[in-house]
Write a protein that binds this ligand. Structure first.
Ligand SMILES: Nc1ncnc2c1ncn2[C@@H]1O[C@H](COP(=O)(O)OP(=O)(O)O)[C@@H](O)[C@H]1O
Ligand SMILES: [Mg+2]
Length: 263
């Protein structure tokens, strides 16, 4: 599937990196003495689908939370040109966030969840009703509008969480392991929704640990123990770290190397 999407050809500035949706310089997050994110310098071009990979505990979720201004960080960060330390509310108004555990209300219906999130984002009246109808259609959920979110299977729940995250038409999506625990078919459908957003100009940062999905990103960043240890398009990562072999091999080698788990 990789290669079906062309980046750097449009007006979104991905070609020369002139426009960055996310830019950090030495971003660091500490929990007491523990350094969860360690001097990360990240550049995510506007319009790109950027995959952030790394084993559990690498710091991916913490990094995302710092970008949203949910936790304090040192170093420099700009998200859509805004500073998470001072402009968190403005960032959240323009960013769609799908957290690792899909923050849905299990007792509310599909439609009620959408209405709730829409209102949180300041949508109401006709605009909200239109947007809900549109998203139910787009995510294939119209038949489930009156079903309680807690009764949905993994794939449908994931799509509902996605719909909630994009209600306010964000220009940047932060998706934290959106495809963990769902079957391959649901994962494929989910990636189609990601591509549709990206084709419409939305920047997507997605964390995951499925190598086949990583292969479909425009760029990849590999995190290990809080550090960003590699960052390039998938083909380049394979060439550089696995002599053209698989991404899995490349990451195994990175993990075993300096800064990796066995270092
Ligand atoms: N609120 C917290 N307090 C203390 N330690 C934390 C907190 N949140 C995360 N951590 C630690 O930070 C490290 C990175 O966690 P996380 O960002 O969740 O990694 P990932 O998302 O890559 O699995 C882990 O060792 C985790 O235990
Ligand atoms: Mg995580």
């Amino acid at each position: 599937m990789n290669g079906t999407r062309m980046i750097g050809t449009g007006t979104n500035g991905t070609g020369n990196g002139s426009e960055l949706a996310i830019e950090t310089e030495g971003l660091t997050c500490r929990f007491g003495d523990f350094v969860a994110v360690d001097g990360v310098s990240l550049r995510v071009p506007a319009g790109a689908v950027y995959g952030l990979l790394g084993p559990n505990g690498a710091g991916k979720t913490t990094l995302i939370r710092a970008l949203l201004g949910l936790i304090p960080a040192t170093g420099r960060a700009r998200v859509l040109g805004l500073d998470p330390a001072r402009q968190a509310a403005a960032i959240r108004a323009r960013v769609g966030y799908m957290s690792q555990r899909f923050s849905l209300y299990p007792d509310l219906t599909v439609e009620e969840n959408l209405r709730f999130y829409g209102q949180v984002y300041g949508l109401d009246g006709d605009r909200l009703a239109r947007r809900i109808a549109e998203l139910l259609e787009r995510t294939g959920l119209p038949g489930q509008r009156r079903a309680r979110a807690g009764s949905l299977g993994g794939g449908l729940r994931q799509r509902l969480a996605f719909a909630c995250a994009i209600l306010h038409e964000p220009s940047l999506l932060l998706l934290d392991e959106p495809t963990s625990g769902v079957d391959p078919r649901a994962r494929r459908q989910f990636w189609e929704m990601i591509y549709a957003m990206a084709d419409a100009g939305t920047t997507v940062l997605v964390t995951n640990h499925h190598m086949d999905e990583a292969e479909q990103c425009d760029r990849l960043g590999m995190m290990l123990r809080g550090r960003l240890v590699a960052e390039a398009p998938p083909g380049e990562i394979r060439r550089r770290y696995a002599g053209g072999g698989s991404l899995g091999e490349a990451f195994a080698r990175l993990a075993a190397g300096p800064g990796g788990f066995s270092a």
